[in-house]
Unconditional design. Structure first.
Lengths: 113, 298
């Protein structure tokens, strides 16, 4: 899903940071991508390589930290690990668990020179 | 180009003309163009101390590692920045603009071929003269849809995303500069036909309305849950075809509510007119709510 747009947004964050930090090269980019964020990690890697060509992050290593999905039942309040948005609460069986973790897409940190 | 959905970095066209950078008028606006610096709190962590060489075997190798590390002078810049922060901040300013003019902005989303444009044409014909209206049309190519809308007499602007698979808040901001705003009325934004990508991109709308046609599979809400989760209203369209199809409407709605229990649902058909009154009533009620909210903040 929309990995090219996301890769371009990541590059923009990198370029803004590189300018502000006066660094010449970005060696590693660490992203946090939630399991429920709807992002295909392999596709994001492919797009990242394409968009970072001839940029400060060319050949940078992309590390993706995947965070697990965590839901909370709106009926009984039980917290449970979830891998999709349509899972039922294991305690009371109701649907529509609210997502409390695992839907974020963040640039966590950069390793720069 | 994205291998998942085929989105790419084509130039964005608005009314068939190349959209320009807001800050660099000589440069074209690309899909997810690179401009506008987002201010970030940057916290720099000092370089970590190099590890001490181990005694005995392998000490020489460790020494080489230490030298290597020093020559590279690595630094860690902590960011913790949301990848969609820029889009979200532009969406916020679009939303503010809509609120100031008491405009109900609806983001219509669906897979290709669900009948969004036909439904929109019938909706505009019914609301014309009762409410101020305007339309932003999003498609990868052609301005056929905007032409169909303009034939109803309602102002429409076409955004061509090129290879882009969704509209984003910046494209909408550009379109708003060229479109007379329907003060106290409704702005319909017809997104690119795609049930995946538009779910993540806030345009500043009051609500996403997902159009789901009965010629699709009942399990679509489970296959593409993000969109049904993000929507406030689901229009189950082409219901006039139900007698000819093996489609279980109740099951389709149950699946959608499994993903989003708060989802409102209207069954309708633009062709036969079934359910259209309920949909028009939903719009006018939401429109009234926008006006009340605008009056309270004024």
């Amino acid at each position: 899903m929309h990995e090219m747009s996301l890769a371009e947004s990541v590059l923009q964050i990198i370029e803004n940071t590189a300018r502000a930090e006066k660094c010449t090269r970005v060696k590693t980019v660490r992203l946090e991508i939630g399991q429920l964020a709807g992002v295909e990690a392999e596709s994001l890697r492919f797009c990242f390589d394409v968009v970072t060509r001839d940029s400060v992050a060319q050949d940078a290593q992309l590390e993706i930290i995947e965070t697990a999905g965590l839901g909370k039942c709106t009926q009984c309040g039980c917290e449970t690990p979830i891998a999709s948005l349509y899972e039922a609460c294991p305690q009371c069986g109701s649907y529509g668990l609210s997502v409390i973790d695992g839907d974020a897409m963040r640039v966590k940190e950069l390793e720069v020179e | 180009m994205c291998t998942t959905c085929g989105c790419g970095t084509d130039q964005v066209l608005i009314r068939g003309k190349t959209a320009r950078h807001p800050n660099k008028p000589n440069e074209p606006l690309h899909f997810r163009a690179h401009e506008r610096v987002v201010q970030t709190e940057v916290q720099v962590r000092p370089p970590l101390p190099n590890p001490l060489p181990h005694a005995g075997e392998g000490a020489n190798e460790s020494l080489r590692e230490i030298n290597f590390d020093r020559s590279e002078a690595k630094r860690i810049v902590k960011l913790e920045q949301d990848i969609l922060a820029k889009n979200n901040s532009l969406a916020h300013s679009n939303r503010k603009r809509f609120a100031e003019s008491a405009i109900l902005a609806l983001n219509l989303v669906s897979s290709p071929g669900s009948g969004k444009t036909t439904l929109l044409v019938h909706t505009l014909q019914a609301l014309k003269g009762k409410l101020p209206l305007a339309v932003i049309e999003g498609d990868q190519q052609t301005d056929f849809d905007a032409e169909r809308i303009r034939a109803t007499g309602v102002e429409a602007i076409q955004i061509n995303t090129g290879k882009g698979c969704h509209l984003d808040a910046l494209m909408v901001e550009h379109a708003l500069q060229q479109l007379p705003l329907p003060q106290d009325g409704v702005l319909f934004i017809e997104n690119v036909g795609n049930l995946v990508c538009p779910a993540a991109f806030d345009l500043g709308e009051a609500a996403k309305v997902v159009v789901f046609s009965v010629t699709e599979g009942e399990d679509k809400p489970l296959k593409y849950p993000d969109m049904f989760r993000a929507a406030r209203l689901m229009l189950l369209s082409k219901c006039d075809l139900l007698p000819h199809l093996d489609f279980d409407a109740d099951l389709a709605i149950a699946y959608a509510r499994r993903v989003n229990p708060q989802l409102q649902v209207i069954r309708l058909s633009a062709t036969s007119g079934t359910g259209m009154a309920e949909w028009l009533e939903w719009i006018t009620t939401a429109c009234r709510a926008e006006r009340v909210a605008a009056a309270q903040t004024a």
